[in-house]
Design a protein around this ligand. Sequence first.
Ligand code: SAH
Length: 291
Amino acid sequence: MTYYEITITVPNESRDALVNRLTGMGCLGVTDLEERIIAYFDDKVEVVKLTEELLAFREVLKESGLDPDFTFECVNLPDKDWNEVWKKNIKPIDVAGTFLILPSWETEQPDRINLVIDAGMVFGTGHHHTTQSCLLLIKRYMDHRAKDRFLDVGTGTGILAICASKLGFREVVGVDIDPLAVDAAPRNISLNRLDNVTIREGGITVAEGTFDFIAANLLSEIIISIVPEIGARLKDTGIVLLSGIMLGQEDEVIIRMEAGGLKCFDKVIADIWVSLVFRPAANTGEQAKAG
Ligand code: SAH
C-alpha cells in the first residue's frame, strides 16, 4: 500500500477550518506544523477528486470570511517510507520552557514537565494555541488551589488530564464524546506511567461528583450549552478554565458564565484564540448578575 502526502501552506486564520475539512475527507492523519499542514491519505483515494474538493473548499473559506489563499502539493509515498516520514515530522514542542510535549520515541528532558503524546487522528497534539494556553493556565492556577479532583471536558489525546496528573492532582477524570479519543487517551496515560486518570466516553454529564479544577477546551457554542453542568460540578473554591473560544466570541461566553454564577478573572489571548478563567462569583465577593 502506498500513501499520498499533501503539503499545504495555509493562512493562519484558515488552518483549523482546513484541518477539520481534511479529517472529513478521510485523511489518515495530519501533522500541523507552524508554517504548513501535512496530510496523509491512503492510495484508495482519487487524487483528482481530492484536489477538486480542496479547490472547492477555497470557496467555503471565502464565504465564511476566512482567507482562502492556501496552496498545496501532493506526492505519492512508497509504503516503506510511511512510518519514517510520519515520525520525522513530529517534533517535540517546547511550551514556554515549562512543558515538553513529545512523541513516545523521543527522550524526555529532566528540566521540563514532559507530556508524552501519540496523537494519531485525535485532537490535542499540543500544536494548537489553545492547548498550550491551557497547559500554562493550569500550571498558573493550580499552585493556589487544593489539588484534589480535576475534570477535563473534551480530553482528546488526554493532554490536559495528563498535565493535571503530572502537576499533582489526586484524581483526574477526562471525558470525550469521540470514541477515538476514548481509545487514544488511555494509551497516552500509560505512556506517561500515570494511574490516577480515568477516561469516560460522553459529555460532561458522565463526570460524577464535584471538582477543584474544570478545564474545557471546546468551541464556544459547546461551552455555552454546558454552562449549568459546569457550575453544578464545581466546588465552591474551584476554578474553571475555558478555551477554544474565537476572538470576538468571549463576551458571549462571559455573559453566559456570569449568569451561571461564575466570574471571569483572567483572560489570555493567543493568536485568534481566547482562554478564560472563572471562579464562583460568591467566592469573589460579588454576586452573580441575573439573566
Ligand atoms: N483537550 C484537548 C483536546 C481539545 S479538542 C486539548 O486541549 O488539546 C476538543 C475535544 O472535545 C475533541 O476531542 C472532541 O471530540 C471533544 N468534544 C467535542 N464536543 C464535546 C462535548 N460536548 N463533550 C465532550 N467532549 C466534546
